[in-house]
Design a protein around this ligand. Structure first.
Ligand code: NDP
Length: 274
């Protein structure tokens, strides 16, 4: 699916370049040496290259200060060749993530983390969707199953996944329940779900006996198990026996997330070039 969407993006990029002579540009800022972040940034830059974007990666040292980071964001806000800006999170502890997100021009905020964009999502009138929930919605759509009227359960309530995910399912007329660490009788709730989205960050947390027969199960989690292997939040082997559709980890939500980032950057470029 991710490849299919990327092919379409590439075609649209070629069209935009032919019509306007301008190419979508994405700037990625990374601070410090977090190994997972390094991998994500590399994959994002590779994705940009594949669809014909112009991309720039700014690497700041672990000890970088707020002033330096904000000055870079302001410079990129003014740069006509850059249509999308993202700052890879998490930032080192001494830096204020909220202040950085607030500094990004909402029109260039292709992660859709700025309160202007999260607010627009709340009222259902948006230019960009946060990449992970947007990818999840495309995966659900690909099953052909209508969301309207279905019991949808989202496990996790982070600002970047759980909350916007619940909002998007609600906009498609699902009956949505959000679970979190204080939820009592989690299995009782997850077992009601026709559509179950899990974004907790705990290896193999949801097992087959917590899933309704025939449910669609979307596993957002990325964890390393004791052997150092990448696994999701859902125990795949037991879950696939009950689910009608299930996403693997790796190779499920992850590639869709980057694809949605590319889609947002194209949208931002189309809007700004217009
Ligand atoms: P956060 O740590 O921000 O949020 C985790 C959520 O899980 C919280 O809302 C927390 O509840 C809830 N939670 C924790 N323990 C339990 C429990 N025992 N029962 C029920 N809920 C619980 O994580 P993110 O949303 O940022 O990420 C979640 C996972 O998804 C991670 O593994 C991350 O790596 C992965 N991820 C994958 C992406 C992809 O592209 N595939 C993109 C983004 C994230 P509470 O609020 O009460 O603390």
């Amino acid at each position: 699916m991710a490849l299919r969407v990327r092919e379409k993006i590439k075609k649209d990029v070629d069209e935009l370049v032919q019509k306007t002579g301008k190419r979508p540009g994405l700037a990625v800022i990374i601070v410090g040496e977090d190994p997972a972040s390094q991998v994500y940034v590399r994959n994002k830059a590779k994705g940009c290259e594949e669809v014909g974007f112009h991309s720039e990666v700014y690497r700041l040292p672990e000890a970088a200060q707020m002033e330096e980071l904000l000055a870079l964001v302001h410079k990129l806000n003014e740069d006509e060749n850059i249509h999308g800006i993202l700052c890879q999170l998490p930032l080192p502890k001494h830096l204020d993530e909220t202040e950085v997100i607030l500094a990004i021009d909402p029109n260039k905020d292709v992660d859709a983390f700025h309160p202007v964009n999260t607010g627009k999502i709340m009222i259902g009138n948006y230019s960009f969707l946060p990449c992970t929930p947007a990818g999840v919605m495309e995966l659900i759509a690909s099953t052909g199953v209508e969301i309207a009227g279905k019991e949808c359960v989202v496990v996790g309530r982070s600002n970047i996944v759980g909350k916007p995910q619940a909002m998007l399912l609600l906009q498609k007329n699902g009956t949505v329940t959000i679970c979190h660490s204080k939820t009592k009788n989690l299995a009782e709730t997850t077992k009601r779900a026709d559509i179950l989205v899990v974004a907790v960050g705990r290896a193999n947390f949801i097992t087959g006996d917590m899933i309704k027969e025939g449910a669609i199960v979307i596993d957002v989690g990325i964890n390393r198990n004791e052997e150092g292997k990448l696994v999701g939040d859902v125990h795949f082997d037991s879950a696939e026996k009950v689910a009608s559709y299930i996403t693997p980890v790796p190779g499920g939500v992850g590639p869709m997330t980057i694809t949605m980032l590319l889609k947002n950057t194209l949208t931002a470029a189309q809007q700004q070039i217009k």
